[in-house]
Design a protein. Sequence first.
Length: 449
Amino acid sequence: MQSLVQKYLEQIYSSVLPDSSGWLADYIPELAVVNPEKFGICIATIDGTVYEVGDAEWPFTIQSVSKPFTYGMALADNGEQAVDAKIDVEPSGDAYNEISLERGTGRPLNPMINAGAILAASLVNGAEPEEQFERLRDFYSRFAGRELPLDYNVFTSEHDAGDRNRAIAYMLRTVGVLDQLPEDALDVYFRQCSVQVTARDLALMAATLANTGMQPLTGEQVLSPQLVRRVLSVMTTCGMYDAAGDWVSAVGLPAKSGVGGGILAVLPGQIGIAAYSPRIDRHSHSVRGVKACRALSDTFDLHFLNVTRGSRSIVRARYDLKRRTSTAARTPAQRGILAAHGDRVQFFELHGDLLFGGAEAVARGLADEAGSFDIVVIEIGGVDQISDVARRLLLDARGALAVEGKTGILVDPENRLVDEEDIDDSNAFTELADAVTWCEEELLKRYGT
Ligand SMILES: NC(=O)CC[C@H](N)C(=O)O
């Protein structure tokens, strides 16, 4: 049976296909002679499911879609501070090939325009341009999950026709931000633009970014989550050049396009999408690619500011000790005490991703309700991700309860909250049953005669 996702994808494809507006990039012959009718769309989820339609496996050159990945590698090689000293992260509002440099420092305004991208390429480690490029090609390939080839003809044409980029590189050198020889930096940059990909590759590269840097199919952590966040931020503000504002409003996804007709977009934590169609608009974005992304965003509700999951939903269940029967042998008198005072032990079962909002709500709830219990058991076995601040908020809430003479118990099957040395791991259990037994003993101590 055809999946609904596939069906929607095919509908989007059919609705966008008739649009034959735009023109082929013609600054090099190779781009001017591609088949203008090609059109493919691909979606890759963070667990590696791929949906595709049309010419999703048709090869083309990556062009500027390479820029965020090169920036990621420059950051990984040099650290954020060193790269920030050379390349700013401000949208330029100019076309991609504008020489937009910050007054005074000469820093390119961002790594998505050519000036910043050429400089980022120069910052990739390697003794020779070939070595720098091979490291880049390997890096892109790890995002895509397969070895990506270089289109040598496109590379030589980029090189021969690259006078505007040459002007940019020499300008960077003149103002003192480019340490490498301009021709060497350009060599790396022209090669990176000439890496051959398909829409499917781009969707998987996007899905790797969506998956905080872990390639969904190979499981490899290609870039650290912190640097992925950085790359996605710059894609959001600068990836679509002088169309960035409209793009964020209408599509609402960090994205990058290339003059070859490729475009990718990322919904963090969910999916990567990509499209290919070579006719471009005045911003050098694929006409059908942009339309397809808009339609995908509308159809699948992908806008990244579409936040629907409230922080309240973090508490999956709430109950007291009376709902839990322990396996420990009890006398009738003890059972009576537990029945009478069982509501003095409250259980909070958490689930989903525990981030600031959810943890803050739980911590506040515990403080507000502390009068109604003696012991609170926080069970986090069903929680997927825990951010560092959420972990600290929960542990702090437990500490605050102790001050009021209450006891906070953690049931943390994988020791995710208490694995640090400086944290008091008393009152923490890996098994819920052990926590129940402990609470019963405590109640018997407090209320038994
Ligand atoms: N927008 C783009 O894809 C530009 C890439 C092209 N090779 C250039 O540097 O001019």
